[in-house]
Ligand binder design. Structure first.
Ligand SMILES: C[S@@+](CC[C@H](N)C(=O)[O-])C[C@H]1O[C@@H](n2cnc3c(N)ncnc32)[C@H](O)[C@@H]1O
Length: 228
């Protein structure tokens, strides 16, 4: 293609290309997802917005998990602490929460909110690499991921590490958006989302057994797994 035809293309499609670029820049601002490089403060605001409770039903989720005082919960991909704070309350001062994330700023915000609630001593904050949850062996009663499973790329290997961190009788809980119309308008591509059936398959490959499902969340699956 010569210079004349290239500049004619730019003239012809210039506006379209600029619009496309704008869409790529704006869409991430309205999502709750970290696949795009949007600023962390906006991301935190999105995770913490009060309207989220309508669909997320955090109190009902916590109740369904049937946590007991003294339990150890790993909140993997804990983000701003939307669930970390609720776990800290549920496990009491004899229990503990391990908040794990790949973003230091998320962990900082998460900790700061727990400090405000006077519960900072109930949690540990760990900055991890994307392919390693960095949990000690045989240390956790519940590993919980909300809207984080689809971020974890090395599934089988990753889950083998999680499995070794679980105490006997320990559980893994995955809450994540359905990949289809059930999750409604997410304002980001559903391309990254993992179908419920594939999650179950991946986990069983890692030696974890699917044993319970809660169906009260309309936009997300809520699955429980135990050690085989
Ligand atoms: C959509 S947010 C969900 C946050 C929180 N679980 C919630 O429900 O509010 C996903 C979080 O997972 C973190 N994350 C992404 N990949 C991760 C990985 N491989 N390991 C740990 N955290 C990860 C992101 O930094 C982000 O804070």
């Amino acid at each position: 293609m010569n210079i004349a035809s290239t500049s004619s293309l730019v003239r012809q499609y210039g506006l379209g290309l600029r619009c496309l670029l704008l869409v790529f820049l704006l869409v991430p601002l309205f999502t709750g997802c970290a696949h795009q490089p949007w600023d962390i403060d906006t991301y935190i605001q999105n995770l913490e917005r009060s309207e989220r409770d309508v669909d997320q039903q955090p109190d009902k989720v916590i109740k369904a998990l049937d946590l007991k005082p003294g339990m150890v919960v790993a909140d993997v991909g804990a983000g701003s602490g939307y669930f970390t704070r609720r776990f800290a309350k549920a496990v009491g001062d004899t229990g503990h929460v391990i908040a794990v994330d790949i973003e230091q700023k998320m962990l900082d915000y998460n900790k700061q909110e727990l400090v405000k609630l006077g519960m900072a001593d109930r949690a540990t904050f760990i900055l991890v690499k994307p392919d390693n949850p960095s949990l000690d062996e045989n240390s956790v009663d519940l590993v919980f991921l909300c809207n984080a499973y689809h971020h974890v790329e090395h599934h089988v290997d990753y889950w083998a590490k999680i499995k070794s961190a679980m105490k006997p009788g320990g559980r893994v809980v995955i809450v994540d958006f359905y990949h289809d119309e059930r999750s409604g308008n997410l304002s980001f591509s559903k391309h990254h989302l993992v179908p419920r059936e594939r999650v179950i398959q991946n986990m069983e490959q890692a030696g974890l057994t699917f044993f319970k499902e809660h169906t009260f969340l309309s936009r997300q699956y809520f699955l429980e797994f135990g050690k085989a």
